[in-house]
Design a protein around this ligand. Sequence first.
Ligand SMILES: Cc1cc2nc3c(=O)[nH]c(=O)nc-3n(C[C@H](O)[C@H](O)[C@H](O)COP(=O)(O)OP(=O)(O)OC[C@H]3O[C@@H](n4cnc5c(N)ncnc54)[C@H](O)[C@@H]3O)c2cc1C
Length: 251
Amino acid sequence: MPHFYTEPTITVLARPQFIEPAHLPVNWMGESTDGERLAEFAGRLCYMSQKNPANRTTREYLENIKKQGHGSVLEHATYSLLFEGVSRSLTHELVRHRAGFAYSQLSQRYVDESEAAFVVPPSIIGDESLLKAWQTQIESAQTSYVALVAELMERYKWVEDKVHRRKMAREAARGVLPNSTETKIVVTANVRGWRTMLELRSSEGAEFEIRRMAVMTLRIMQKEAPGMFSDFETYIAPDRAEAARIAYHKI
Ligand SMILES: Cc1cc2nc3c(=O)[nH]c(=O)nc-3n(C[C@H](O)[C@H](O)[C@H](O)COP(=O)(O)OP(=O)(O)OC[C@H]3O[C@@H](n4cnc5c(N)ncnc54)[C@H](O)[C@@H]3O)c2cc1C
C-alpha cells in the first residue's frame, strides 16, 4: 500500500542574512527580520535616507513600499523553501511562475517510482467511497509501472550502461503514473516573485491543492517577513476552503 499525503510538508531552507555596512548605518526602528532589513536598506539607499527622518519602523516603511508599488526593493530578499507531499500536477502549475524563481525537482527518469507516494486531491478527502475508487486506480497504475520497468529493463538488456538502461525504462514507464504522484521540489524566489505567485495561487480561482499550498506558504512567509506579506489576509471562501486576498495587487 503506497503512502498517501493529505497535505504538504513545507520547510524553509534558506533566508536572507543582512550585514549592515558600518559606513552606512540605518536608524532602525521597531522589530524586523534580516530579510525585511535588507529590503529597507536597499530602499533607503535610493534617497540616502538612512537617518529615517519620518521615524518609521521597518514594517511601516515596507508597508509604504508596497502601497507605492516599489516592488523592485522586495527583490533583494530571497527565500528557499522545500515542498514535499505535493503532486506532479501542482508542480506543473507552480513552475509556470518564472520571474525571480528557481526550481529543482525530483527526476522521474533517475529516481525509481516503484514505491512512490501519492497526494489525495483535497476534494476527495473525507469521502470514503470516492477515496476508495481513487486509490484503486492509483494502486493499479503503480503495479503497471513496476511491471513496465521490469519489462523494459529486459527489453533493453543489451544497453551496457546500467544507469542509462534504468533511465530508459523509468522514463517510459512513468507515462502510466498519475498526476497525483508525489514529488519534491526546492523553490527559491525573491519576495516580489513569492508575492505574485501567492496572490494568484491563493485566490479562489486557483486549483484546490495549489491553493492550500499557497495559503500554507503565505503563513510561513508572514512569520519570516511580516512587513513584506502583511497585506495578505486569509478567509474561508464560499466553496468552504481557505483562500487569501491581497491589498496591494501585483507590485
Ligand atoms: C487560476 C489560474 C488558472 C490558470 N489556468 C491556466 C491554463 O488553463 N493554461 C495555462 O497554460 N496556464 C494557466 N495558468 C497559468 C498562467 O497563465 C500563468 O502562466 C501563471 O499564472 C504564471 O503567471 P505569470 O506569467 O504572470 O508569472 P511569472 O512568470 O512569475 O511572471 C510574473 C510577471 O513578470 C512579467 N513577465 C514574466 N515573464 C515575462 C515575459 N516573458 N515577457 C514579459 N513579461 C514577463 C509579467 O508581468 C508577469 O505577470 C493559470 C493560472 C492561474 C492562477
